[in-house]
Design a protein around this ligand. Structure first.
Ligand code: ATP
Length: 362
């Protein structure tokens, strides 16, 4: 069983000058695939390294399978880590690389180890490479070996630290699917760190979003996409990013107007649906590019098209509501730059955030 519990985990560097991980708590269930995502420096790797036992927490506890491992040495934790740079021994063959962890951590005979390595190599499609050394392998093959070396040990938990970052885009996509397939088959608890929100969204049963060492939100990818708890998560998850417009609330006669400074952007909602919003509140209005619809001139809010960017199936229209405000529309909608269009949104697709704190206003 591979449950993982992080309890108020904190990591400081430089005598507390840097707080890399700030009181992080998380419960991972057995067999779950958790992705951890956030911008550079948000504390992803430090979190993973503490789980692996490569870094000692300043405060807090870590439990694996119910056992407190906070003080336990990396070698004695039943976890296997896969690194971005593969971390293979250059002078050992693939066979020796894969068998090395087994020799260190099990009482198997040489024959039993060889058989396990061969079976795992077959599972990874690298049985032909067992006698090769890492410098004879491509990046994708090296990463398969690194995965095989983790799998062969049958750990309670896999820890992945951006394992696909050094691969080209096409290989990355196919390895992504392969890791998911393996994880499904093996049902081993996995914690997977990436800076790529798309990777995190497509791979994770649940996704953990960090910023500045702090947990922002944890949930199923769809939940996080549909109900971001704050503006940071709203903007981080989804591509292209959520559009934001600074607005002021103006309510009269039961109607709540969300207007920008110029008054040109004006979206009206039923005031009863937003009991937490008061007249004069400064808010950030969020709408995803895929939720912006181009409508007849009389039915929408008018905007000027700045740039039209075709991406094949769809067009991105950059509108002058705010910088980088994108409407993702069908490719048969193809206005020219400087044209005026009218757009609308369904109320269920809009997001409102506090203008100061960025917290979602549900
Ligand atoms: P990246 O995606 O760039 O790898 P990350 O989210 O994995 O970033 P961490 O590597 O965990 O972030 O770093 C979190 C913070 O802790 C950063 O400010 C980083 O500079 C700092 N940090 C990490 N390791 C150390 C260290 N050994 N000494 C001092 N500061 C460190």
């Amino acid at each position: 069983m591979g449950t993982v519990t992080l309890d108020d985990l904190r990591k400081e560097f430089d005598n507390g000058q840097i707080v890399a991980v700030d009181d992080l708590s998380l419960d991972v269930t057995d067999g779950e695939f958790i992705t951890v995502v956030g911008p550079s420096g948000c504390g992803k790797s430090t979190t993973l390294r503490m789980l692996a036992g490569l870094e000692q927490p300043t405060e807090g506890r870590i439990a694996i399978d119910g056992e407190d491992v906070t003080e336990i040495h990396a070698r004695s934790r039943d976890v296997a880590m896969v690194f971005q740079n593969y971390a293979l021994y250059p002078h050992k063959t693939v066979q020796q690389n894969m068998a090395f962890g087994l020799r260190m951590s099990t009482d198997l005979s040489k024959e039993e180890r060889d058989e396990l390595v061969y079976e795992t190599a077959e599972m990874m499609g690298i049985e032909e490479l067992l006698d090769d050394r890492p410098n004879e392998l491509s990046g994708g093959q090296k990463q398969r070996v690194a995965l095989g070396r983790a799998i062969v040990r049958e750990p309670d938990v896999f820890l992945f630290d951006e394992p696909l970052s050094n691969l080209d885009a096409k290989l990355r996509t196919s390895m992504r699917t392969e890791i998911q397939r393996l994880q499904n088959d093996l049902a081993t608890t996995s914690i997977y760190v990436t800076h790529d929100q798309e990777e995190a969204m497509t791979m994770g049963d649940r996704i953990v979003i960090l910023n500045d060492g702090e947990l922002q939100q944890v949930g199923k990818p769809k939940e996080v996409y549909q109900n971001p708890v704050n503006k940071f998560v709203g903007g981080f998850v989804g591509s292209p990013s959520m559009n934001f417009i600074d607005v002021t609330a103006d309510s009269s006669g039961g109607v709540l107007h969300l207007r920008d400074d110029s008054g040109r952007f004006d979206y009206a909602v039923d005031a009863d649906d937003y009991p937490k919003v008061s007249d004069g509140d400064k808010l950030s209005f969020g709408i995803r590019p895929e939720n912006v619809r181009v409508v007849d001139a009389s039915d929408g809010i008018r905007a000027t098209v700045e740039v039209v960017e075709p991406i094949g199936s769809d067009n991105y229209l950059y509108l002058d509501f705010a910088s980088d405000f994108i409407a993702r529309v069908n490719s048969n909608i193809e206005p020219d730059p400087d044209d005026t269009v009218a757009v609308s949104f369904d109320e269920e697709d809009i997001h409102l955030f506090d203008g100061d704190t960025g917290e979602s206003i549900a």
